[in-house]
Design a protein around this ligand. Structure first.
Ligand code: GRF
Length: 195
């Protein structure tokens, strides 16, 4: 049986799109469905175009968790991927999916993480502090923001003339290039251990 991923996102959904496309013909892994806590988010368009089911989950329901966990159980979800999902995962969910919840963060953690550090806020800080490098962090999720153990990081240079727009673009290029592959390796490795 294929390993099933559920992707949680609150925004545009470009990473979700990459992941859906990457795993489309995969023999061992599939993106089963998407969850979104904002009704007007761009990810609905992605779901529609790529014909993947999307479930609206109000933030309060995500935090409360009972109904969500029933859906995840029923759909036999193996992995949860947070791709721009701006709510902290409740401990019941973390317990249920021990070591199988992965987040992507648009900077080199442990710097530039924590509450309120998302999207352009992160890039803004990186530029403000004149960092020479930024990048992406793919990590397991624990009960705090951005502190779970690291799976992989990839770097890019920050040039003196970079702006929020150019830096955001560089980071997204890294995310789209590496995230699917890192997840694939992680999931296949865990399947091999299990078999
Ligand atoms: C990404 O930059 C990711 O690192 C962060 O949220 C952003 C989501 O972008 N956690 P998108 O919605 O996938 O385009």
């Amino acid at each position: 049986m294929k390993s099933k991923i559920a992707i949680f996102a609150s925004g545009r959904g470009s990473n979700a799109q990459r992941l859906i496309e990457f795993f489309k013909e995969h023999s061992e892994i599939e993106v089963d469905c998407l969850f979104c806590n904002r009704k007007e988010a761009g990810i609905y368009q992605v779901a529609h175009e790529l014909d993947v089911e999307i479930v609206y989950i109000p933030t309060a329901e995500f935090i409360e968790g009972k109904e969500l966990m029933e859906i995840l159980n029923k759909r036999k979800i193996d992995w949860i991927v947070l791709a721009g999902f701006l709510v902290k995962a409740p401990s019941a969910l973390i317990d249920l999916f021990q070591g199988r919840i992965v987040n992507i963060h648009p900077a080199l953690l442990p710097k530039f993480g924590g509450k309120g550090m998302y999207g352009d806020h992160v890039h803004n800080e990186v530029l403000k502090l004149k960092e020479k490098r930024s990048g992406i962090s793919i990590h397991f999720v624990d009960e705090n923001y951005d502190t779970g153990s690291m799976i992989a990081q990839f770097q890019c240079e920050v040039e003196p003339d970079d702006t929020i727009d150019t830096l955001r673009e560089k980071i997204q290029r890294l995310e789209h290039k590496h995230f699917p592959q890192v997840l694939e390796n992680l999931i296949l490795e865990s399947r091999n251990k299990r078999d």
